[in-house]
Write a protein that binds this ligand. Structure first.
Ligand SMILES: Nc1ncnc2c1ncn2[C@@H]1O[C@H](COP(=O)(O)OP(=O)(O)OP(=O)(O)O)[C@@H](O)[C@H]1O
Length: 325
């Protein structure tokens, strides 16, 4: 297959007077999966729909390239991009096979190649045994798999995911995101994946794009945006943090870098404990300010504490991350 990259240059979009996207520059490499992550209303869906061609790009509001082709004004069908939605958008009265075959029929493929391509894809997403079932006879996870198969079968150059897992329960979401990740890697289709779930983005993406108010704040690998966030917003969006501020700078540390131990040189008072199985979250007051720490439950067994106790801990200031204000 031919792998293509996606390049977005200076994309802007307004709904009436509201500027939903403001000069977005982004490159997605061949075979890469990039997640667009940000709070509700930051412009993720608008950007995805512009890439798909479902929202036309106004003249002078940027350019979109798929490989060496500028596709900015192309109709959605011509772009050969497939979308996977949270609402599945399947035909309920048709069988699994018919749903998957639909895109090939529209492209006027002959019966033999339709059958071959449909059965290959059904095997890949483990639907072979469910081919004759109607959509309403499937679970949410199985329906999502049909949606994925239906997108893959037409051999798209680009896969666009719009919060595909948000209708599923937690366990299924985790299983499906691993499946999507491995199918995407195996097929090597350049992909953009919209989510507002930071953990999902970290698990699935090669790189994460953090957006706010129609702009990109940071782009990086999951590790980069978690461990080296550029500012407070990105730091907080990627996980809990303790901020330290003086007149000249802001630094932060993640809760797991505060080490609770009887030998610790600092001392605080425990105000709150959240038991989460293998780890426990602990709030403590230290020199009049609140810190959030995290400890492995097996370590807590060696150094037990309760709310109201005085607790010892260490944190290494040299490990703190310096932020732009
Ligand atoms: N059709 C529309 N008409 C007017 N405003 C819109 C329209 N669609 C989206 N918006 C506004 O544009 C901004 C960006 O919306 P968009 O749907 O792209 O955000 P999002 O990051 O995908 O949010 P969510 O996570 O809630 O889906 C929001 O402020 C939204 O209210």
């Amino acid at each position: 297959m031919i792998q293509i990259d996606i390049r977005l240059k200076g994309i802007s979009h307004s709904y009436g007077t509201h500027k939903a996207l403001d000069g977005i520059h982004l490159e997605v490499s061949q075979g890469e999966l990039v997640a667009l992550l940000g709070p509700s209303g930051c412009g993720k869906t608008t950007l995805l729909r512009i890439i798909a061609g479902l929202i036309p790009l106004d003249p002078g509001h940027g350019q979109i390239y798929f490989g060496s082709e500028e596709v900015s004004t192309w109709a959605p069908q011509k772009r050969n991009a497939a979308m996977v939605f949270q609402s599945y958008a399947l035909f309920p009265h048709m069988t699994v096979t018919e749903n998957i075959e639909y895109g090939l029929l529209m492209r006027k493929k002959d019966a033999a190649s339709r059958q071959r391509q449909v059965s290959q894809i059904m095997e890949k997403v483990q639907l072979t045994s469910l081919g004759t079932r109607k959509i309403q006879e499937l679970s949410g996870g199985q329906q999502q798999r049909v949606a994925l198969a239906r997108s893959l079968v037409v051999n798209p150059d680009v896969l666009l995911f719009d919060e595909p897992l948000s209708n599923l329960d937690e366990k299924l979401r985790v299983a499906m995101r691993q499946e999507i990740r491995s199918i995407q890697k195996e097929s090597g289709i350049t992909s953009v994946y919209v989510t507002h779930d930071q953990e999902e983005a970290m698990a699935i993406a090669d790189r994460i794009v953090i957006m706010r108010d129609g702009q990109i704040l940071q782009t990086g690998t999951p590790r980069e945006v978690y461990e080296a966030p550029v500012n407070r917003f990105v730091a907080s969006f990627m996980g809990e943090c303790n901020f330290f501020e003086d007149a000249h700078s802001v630094t932060m540390c993640r809760p797991d870098t505060i080490r609770l131990s009887a030998e610790g040189t600092e001392e605080g008072t425990v105000t709150w404990i959240e038991y989460l199985g293998s780890i426990q979250k602990v709030k403590l007051v230290w020199h009049g300010r609140e810190l959030i720490a995290e400890a492995f439950t097996k370590q807590v067994k060696d150094y037990p504490f309760a709310v109201g106790d005085s607790i010892r801990f260490d944190f290494n200031v040299s490990e703190h991350i310096r932020l732009q204000q």
